[in-house]
Design a protein around this ligand. Sequence first.
Ligand code: ZN
Length: 164
Amino acid sequence: MSAFDDLYAANAKFAEQFGNSGLTGRAARGLAVVTCMDSRIDPLGLLGLRPGDAKILRNAGARVTDDVLRTLVLAVYLLGVERVLVMPHTDCGMAKATDEDVYKLTSDRGVDTRSLEFHTVPDQNEALRHDLTRIRSTPFLPSGMPIAGAIYDVHTGRLTPSPH
Ligand code: ZN
């Protein structure tokens, strides 16, 4: 028994029915979505997408970090991405804590995480504006590429486009 047996068993059934063997690694809908790791978000489902359609980049808070930028560059030049949607969500844990709070929480468990930057979100709209600006102003992506932000409501399933 391992902690992952349930997953391997589920996959065995999945593989029996597998029908996506013809897909390539290119984003068929030319889309990359940057969103949060929150387990309530089904990025494909909520955007009407299917496997093969889009690159999905997830991290805590849907933040545009150096690694997200690196991944977007690869997604654009190698994998057919032509537009990027940054999609944070309501009720995000990252908007309810500061980096200091996280340091304290881990410290209570005997772990010093002060060398990590958690990119917590004191103001969600401001963070989204900042992250969109970061993508739009990077010299590494084609200028004029459509970049948008929208906030996903985890209680209604509704997406609200950001004015930024
Ligand atoms: Zn979140």
